[in-house]
Ligand binder design. Structure first.
Ligand code: SAM
Length: 219
């Protein structure tokens, strides 16, 4: 946890919560050890959706559909969501959850590796939520930016890696070093590329919120 645990508990205690169906899906995901966005991130996402009101949303990393349903539920305008997942076991559960929540017409689940699927998509999307394998974000970025509307927002979750991101290379466990290096590169690119404006926020496990300000972005 990157923010004092008691502070997070306090902040979450103020939250007014989600729909009963989202609570149920969250409980099931937690019981099955499926990683889904944390309470603080749920609240932040709802806030961003209220502000941005995106009509077309792209999500990379569906898991069992919790965040896609949350976005469909709390976007103040009717929206269409495309979400990508490559873990076969989770795909039927996500589809079933979309049905249970009455969101199957609003959410299209694309099966496969996002690195391949992203190349087949056409934009523009108003809002992109990146929540898949952290080491792949840097590889997904060119397509994500191609697909994002100018003025659109890219939210990348879990970017601070439980605080590992500020450690020296040697202090990071060997098996995490590639992800560490790629995430540091990703954050550097988001902060230093002309036409991108990014704020890195210590919410949940860290979120980078990026606005695309120019039509053409040269990485
Ligand atoms: N956004 C979901 C939520 O909050 O309900 C949680 C997503 S979970 C943290 C990340 C998901 O991304 C996993 O289910 C994983 O299988 C999927 N994933 C990881 N790498 C992927 C890739 N290259 N292509 C498609 N899906 C991927």
């Amino acid at each position: 946890m990157i923010v004092d645990e008691r502070l997070v508990t306090y902040i979450n205690s103020l939250d007014t919560g989600n729909t009963a169906m989202l609570d149920q899906i969250e409980r099931e995901a937690t019981a099955d050890y499926v990683p889904i966005i944390r309470k603080e991130m749920q609240s932040f996402l709802k806030f961003l959706l209220a502000m941005k009101k995106p009509a077309r949303i792209l999500e990379v990393g569906t898991a069992v559909g919790f965040s896609a349903i949350l976005m469909a539920e709390y976007d103040p305008v009717p929206c269409q969501i495309t979400t990508i997942e490559n873990y076969e076991k989770r795909i039927p559960i996500a589809r079933e959850n979309f049905k249970r929540a009455g969101k199957e017409a609003q959410i299209a689940l694309l099966e496969g590796d996002a690195a391949e699927v992203l190349k087949t998509l056409e934009g523009p999307y108003d809002f992109i939520f990146m929540d898949a394998a952290k080491g792949q974000y840097i590889h997904f970025l060119p397509d994500a930016l191609r697909l994002l509307r100018t003025g659109g927002v890219l939210v990348s979750d879990n970017v601070l890696q439980d605080g590992d991101i500020i450690e020296s290379h040697y202090a990071v466990e060997r098996r995490n070093r590639t992800i560490y290096k790629r995430m540091r590169e990703y954050l550097y690119v988001l902060k230093h590329t002309d036409g991108l404006l990014t704020s890195i926020v210590p919410v949940g496990d860290g979120a980078a919120v990026t606005v695309k300000q120019k039509d053409t972005i040269c990485l």
